[in-house]
Design a protein around this ligand. Structure first.
Ligand SMILES: [Fe+2]
Ligand SMILES: [Fe+2]
Length: 301
């Protein structure tokens, strides 16, 4: 076995790591708009020298708005996936049922937390930032795929939040402490979710032939391509918001658009693809699945 995760131990560590919304952000608490909110390793706004420092920070904050929105969207399809996965086994292993329902409940709490941050953002930011969606349509498109493909996407997303947390640590002192706290608290619970996702993916892959796994990987890439298109559209919305906020057009708009799309690719796809634990799961499932992801990863770097 390539890991020692199990439902009983993961439930126990989940219950120990749990926090409340108010531990992270109080209802009505303001964010600090004099600082960056996203780690530079994710937002990649400091390298845009056609923008002055104030404009770079404004785009960094728009990138934080994107983060709240995109995580809101993905958590909204993780929740029904978990419920669907738990339902046929409600009378089975008690640890498993409780661990997965607790996982679902934490994900519902994350949706709530991201909304609370989003409300605080909208209250403090001068212009409206548009978001792709509606989230129900995005979720329906993702969930229409093979559950193994969806499970792998979710596993990748949960592991990537570790990379996001580490990025926020490296930006120490620069970032709005509330956003740092968001990254830390989210990862604390996602670390447990990723273990459960690993068990879920193992179960969904068991008994599948190499060819069946390969077809699920095709669907994984179809979901990835769909999300990537959304990220490209979102990068355009972000630049629209930046231009409204700074009252001028951005020079070399196409180059900035591509650069910001690439930052989104790394944040929401690539940083999970290269996670060691995600690769371990792929390797244990199928060598060729792992090779396919390794081949695609540089596109999302
Ligand atoms: Fe979450
Ligand atoms: Fe999660």
């Amino acid at each position: 076995m390539y890991h020692d995760f199990n439902y009983e131990a993961t439930l126990a560590s989940s219950l120990k790591a749990q926090w409340e919304l108010d531990d992270v952000l109080l209802d009505g608490q303001p964010l600090d708009f004099s600082r960056n909110m996203m780690p530079e390793s994710l937002a990649r706004t400091a390298e845009l020298d056609m923008l002055n420092p104030f404009e770079q920070r404004t785009l960094n904050q728009i990138s934080a708005h994107q983060y709240l929105s995109i995580f809101g969207i993905v958590e909204e399809f993780i929740l029904p996936f978990l419920i669907d996965h738990a339902r046929p086994h409600l009378l089975g292993d008690d640890w498993r049922v409780r661990a997965i329902l607790n996982f679902a409940s934490e994900e519902a709490k994350h949706i709530h937390l991201f909304k609370r941050f989003h409300t605080a953002f909208v209250r403090g930011f001068p212009v409206e930032c548009r978001v792709i969606g509606p989230s129900e349509a995005i979720g329906a498109e993702v969930l229409a795929h093979d559950p193994l493909a969806v499970g792998l996407v979710i596993l990748m997303i949960e592991w990537m939040t570790q990379q996001h947390y580490l990025g926020s640590i490296h930006d120490d002192g620069e970032l709005d402490p509330l956003f740092k706290s968001l990254m830390r608290h989210h990862w604390m619970e996602e670390a447990q979710h990723a273990k459960l996702d690993t068990l879920i993916v193992d179960a969904l892959a068991t008994g599948r032939s190499e060819e069946q796994i390969d077809r699920a990987m095709d669907e994984f890439f179809a979901i990835g391509g769909f999300l990537d298109e959304g990220l490209k559209t979102q990068a355009g919305f972000n630049l629209d918001a930046l231009e409204r906020a700074i009252g001028r057009q951005v020079e070399n708009r196409d180059a900035v658009l591509n650069q910001q799309h690439q930052a989104g690719r790394w944040t929401y796809i690539g940083s999970g693809m290269v996670h060691e634990r995600f690769q371990d799961t792929l390797q244990s499932m199928s060598r060729s699945a792992a090779d396919r992801i390794a081949e695609a990863a540089p596109v999302f770097a």
